[in-house]
Design a protein. Structure first.
Length: 100
């Protein structure tokens, strides 16, 4: 399945499900960073390649912010618009937002 075929959950739902986005080392590749998305109950939901997210930020209006806090906030906002539905189906069912 390509990225274009992936169905994402609505931003407002993502805001309710996501508890944190952490920048971490890639488990299998040195010098590669990932942005891991965790639920509000600290369960890993999915991850994004940090370079891909930063490249997407650079291409967007306003580019990459100079301030680290602003950059992290913009990266999180971008990720909240891209949470794949398949990654949170069980959480959606438990919240009553999706049927089994």
């Amino acid at each position: 399945m390509s990225a274009e075929d992936t169905q994402c959950i609505p931003y407002e739902v993502a805001k309710k499900l996501v508890g944190a986005v952490m920048e971490e080392e890639h488990l299998h590749e040195a010098n590669r960073r990932v942005l891991t998305v965790y639920s509000t109950n600290d369960k890993e939901i999915c991850w994004f390649d940090a370079e891909d997210i930063f490249a997407e930020m650079a291409e967007s209006e306003g580019g990459i912010p100079k301030n680290d806090d602003d950059m992290k906030a913009k990266a999180v906002e971008l990720i909240l618009h891209q949470i794949p539905k398949w990654a949170v189906e069980d959480l959606l069912i438990r919240m009553g937002l999706e049927k089994k």
